[in-house]
Structures are given as structure tokens and as C-alpha cells.
Write a protein that binds this ligand. Structure first.
Ligand code: SF4
Length: 263
């Protein structure tokens, strides 16, 4: 079964607008230096796995009070048992949000086709040309395919963590230009925050002020009349540890109930 390194029984922030449980799957095929969950990425830091049967048992018992389950990581699509696990979850009747770095578009599309996930949050780290150098992933076309699928199917949203000194307005403009479908409802910016970064050097960077995120969002996504709403508070997905140290997600949007079903 899946190797789960953490389980939050109740979260009000991992799936904005919903009361959700969160499972954290270990392993990742990226190495984002600003990653806030190194204990899910570096095998030397892995904890004892949480028994999957315990998670399923909890979901059965608490089905009535839960609005959903967030499956995050690490990178969940690396788990060869992900489909089986989600099948079990769906048998219980729990909606699922999947967080992914976008490296496995065919798997993500298959999960959507089989209705094993309801919402996808896909990370868009940097311009595709920089994936190899900055996050250590040599197949950015896979990320592009996942982003395109999520946008085409209107089944979730794209998000970028703003890292100081890296995500300039020019860089973000380049990223947005690559996906003209990105708009006020399906693209979210979230602020980097130091403290537990995969590369400790990043801990010396300053956090991003909400006003800066607001400014960037308004500049790169064409709109000057819609409010910025704080929706979430975690970096590239939920933070497994130090849950009190939350980042801030923002989205410019016009309708709470439009394409992003989690809002
Ligand atoms: S931020 Fe996400 S994709 Fe990047 S290394 Fe961490 S878990 Fe992997």
C-alpha cells in the first residue's frame, strides 16, 4: 500500500472552504530548494509510515464530518499504490483533492477519468526552461501537459510559490505567457516562507509580504478591479510539520463557485 508519512485528521486550510483530512505521501522526484517538507523528500528523514488501514478506518468513522481528503506529498503520483488507495477512499464516499508537481500527466488524467479525484492542484514552479536547473526535473513537458489538462478540464487550479529574488515580475510574466488560459480563478500565487527549507540556505531569505503577492498577482493576471482573497496557507501544498508556520495563498477571482471547486 501507499507509504504515508503523515496524516492530519482535520484541516481547515489544506482544502480551502472545506473541512478535510490530509495524507502526506513520501518521496519526490523534484528537488525544489525552497521545499518546506524535506522530511517527505529526503529518505534519510522519513518517519515511520502511518498505517493506511488506520487512515481508511478514520475516514469511515468521520465520513459525516469531513468534506474531503487532501492527498499531498512529497509527490503522490510516485506511489504505485495511489490508484488502489484512492479507490478505497472513494468507496467510503470521500471527495479527494490531489496535490501534484505535474510530473505524471497520464496518471493524473487517468485518475480524473476514473473519477478517483475531484480537484487537482498542480504546481507551476518556474518557467519550463528552468525546471532542470532549478528543481532538478528534466522533463518539463510533463508538467506542461498536466497544467494544460487541468486548465482544459477545469478540474482545479495552478499555483506558484513566490520565492524572493527568483520570481520577479518578468519571470512570472513569462510563466503566464506560456499558458494563456491562466486567469483569475485558476491561478494562485503563494508566498515563500523560510524556516524548514530543503536547502537550508533558503532559510535566510525573507518571507514575502502579502502586499507583494497582491501586487504581483494584479500585475501578471489582467485585472485591476477584483479583490484578492486569502485562500490557503501552505507552500507547494500542505506543510506536514510545524503546522503553525503557514504560508499564504492568494487568488484573484470573480466567483467563489466557478471553476475552482475548492473555493
Ligand atoms: S516543493 Fe513539492 S515538488 Fe518540490 S521538492 Fe518539495 S515536495 Fe517535491
Amino acid at each position: 500500500m501507499i507509504e504515508c508519512s503523515g496524516f492530519n485528521k482535520v484541516s481547515l486550510v489544506d482544502w480551502p472552504g472545506r473541512i478535510a483530512a490530509t495524507v502526506f505521501l513520501r518521496r519526490c522526484n523534484f528537488r525544489c530548494p525552497w521545499c518546506q517538507n524535506p522530511e517527505l523528500v529526503e529518505s534519510s528523514l522519513f518517519d515511520t509510515p502511518v498505517p493506511v488501514d488506520d487512515i481508511l478506518h478514520y475516514l469511515r468513522r468521520r465520513r459525516a464530518m469531513l468534506d474531503g481528503l487532501v492527498v499531498t506529498g512529497g509527490e503522490p503520483t510516485l506511489s504505485r499504490y495511489l490508484t488502489l488507495f484512492l479507490t478505497r477512499v472513494k468507496e467510503i464516499g470521500v471527495p479527494v483533492k490531489l496535490d501534484t508537481n505535474g510530473s505524471h500527466p497520464e496518471l493524473v488524467c487517468g485518475l480524473l477519468d476514473e473519477r478517483l479525484v475531484d480537484v487537482i492542484a498542480v504546481d507551476y514552479k518556474v518557467p519550463l526552461r528552468l525546471y532542470g536547473d532549478l528543481v532538478g526535473f528534466k522533463n518539463p513537458e510533463c508538467v506542461a501537459a498536466t497544467i494544460a489538462a487541468v486548465l482544459r478540464r477545469r478540474c482545479g487550479y495552478v499555483r506558484t510559490t513566490i520565492v524572493p529574488g527568483l520570481h520577479t515580475e518578468e519571470l512570472l510574466a513569462e510563466m503566464v505567457k506560456a499558458f494563456p488560459e491562466l486567469n483569475q480563478t485558476n491561478y494562485r500565487l503563494q508566498g515563500f516562507r523560510p524556516g524548514n527549507c530543503l536547502d537550508p540556505a533558503y532559510n535566510s531569505l525573507p518571507p514575502i509580504a502579502p502586499e507583494v503577492i497582491d501586487h504581483l498577482a494584479r500585475r501578471i493576471v489582467k485585472s485591476d478591479s477584483h479583490p484578492v482573497h486569502q485562500l490557503d496557507s501552505c507552500p507547494d501544498g500542505p506543510v506536514r510539520r510545524n503546522g503553525h508556520q503557514r504560508l499564504t495563498h492568494y487568488v484573484l477571482h470573480t466567483h467563489q463557485s466557478s471553476t475552482a471547486r475548492d473555493t
